[in-house]
Design a protein around this ligand. Structure first.
Ligand SMILES: NC(=O)c1ccc[n+]([C@@H]2O[C@H](COP(=O)([O-])OP(=O)(O)OC[C@H]3O[C@@H](n4cnc5c(N)ncnc54)[C@H](OP(=O)(O)O)[C@@H]3O)[C@@H](O)[C@H]2O)c1
Length: 234
């Protein structure tokens, strides 16, 4: 397979593992990054997904080099944790603007090409906390829960066009995002995970790649947990 794949936030963490998994399988992979030096081996386009013009520019560059995006992995995301009474308007809206509205921007733009091609795969990276809730993460959990309604609406809207929309809900993964947690917080989390450990980014990437493969041709509107059992039953 040599499809045109885009992974937002593919310069590090889970996104980089996803980008590598597609590239290893022979796909043409574009990644977005915001600052610094992007990793080698991909078409790296600078793009802040909170800026519609940068999103448009990034797609133009990718389409010129790789053709229309056939597989989109909307992975870019941020946290701004705070208890509700201390959470500012900006703490809330900036997380929603990146995790939810940013995802809307990249998905909408990708669908232009997918509608024309009459096929496409979209995978959104949510989180176990979108379903479980998490004290101090009302903004983040709300943004991640919203991705489920977003994906399922699009699965209904665009299923007849052969475009699938699925959600992957990781548990706690070893990346920069979780490095900020204290040892004590880490131990408390691991104690609640049936598998008793954090995930490696590659374990999330394997599920994403499956959802974009021919083997997943009849899966749409699904929320797939990759969380070591942490969110079981939710
Ligand atoms: N780590 C976990 O335990 C965990 C668990 C569940 C879900 N997730 C989700 O998985 C995804 C990846 O997380 P991660 O752990 O790999 O986080 P990470 O290491 O902090 O990386 C976040 C990525 O998102 C990008 N990003 C953030 N804001 C952006 C924006 N406005 N425009 C473009 N790119 C932006 C970052 O780009 P820069 O490098 O330019 O900042 C970076 O590539 C996120 O959606 C996260 O919510 C993570």
């Amino acid at each position: 397979m040599s499809r045109s794949v885009l992974v937002t936030g593919g310069n590090r963490g889970i996104g980089l593992a996803i980008a590598r998994a597609f590239a290893d399988a022979g796909d043409k992979v574009a990644i977005t990054y915001r600052s610094g030096e992007p990793p080698a081996g991909f078409l790296a386009v600078k793009c802040d997904i909170t800026d519609p013009e940068q999103v448009e520019q990034a797609y133009k560059e990718i389409e010129d080099r790789h053709g229309p995006v056939e597989v989109l992995v909307a992975n870019a995301g941020v946290t701004k944790d705070q208890l509700l009474m201390r959470m500012s308007e900006d703490d809330f809206t900036s997380v929603i603007d990146t995790n939810l509205t940013g995802t809307f921007r990249v998905v909408k733009r990708a669908n232009r090409g997918m509608l024309r091609a009459k096929k496409g795969r979209v995978v959104l990276i949510s989180s176990v906390v979108g379903l479980l809730g998490s004290a101090g993460q009302a903004n983040y959990a709300a943004s991640k829960a919203a991705l489920v309604g977003f994906a399922r609406s699009l699965a209904r809207e665009l299923g007849s066009r052969n475009i699938t929309f699925n959600v992957v809900a990781p548990g706690f993964v070893d990346t920069d995002m979780t490095k900020v947690l204290s040892d004590e917080q880490r131990q408390n989390i691991v104690a609640q995970v049936p598998l008793g450990r954090y995930a490696q980014p590659e374990e999330i990437a394997a599920t994403v790649r499956f959802l974009a493969s021919d083997d997943a041709s009849y899966i749409t509107g699904a929320v797939i947990p990759v969380d070591g059992g942490l969110g079981m039953g939710h």
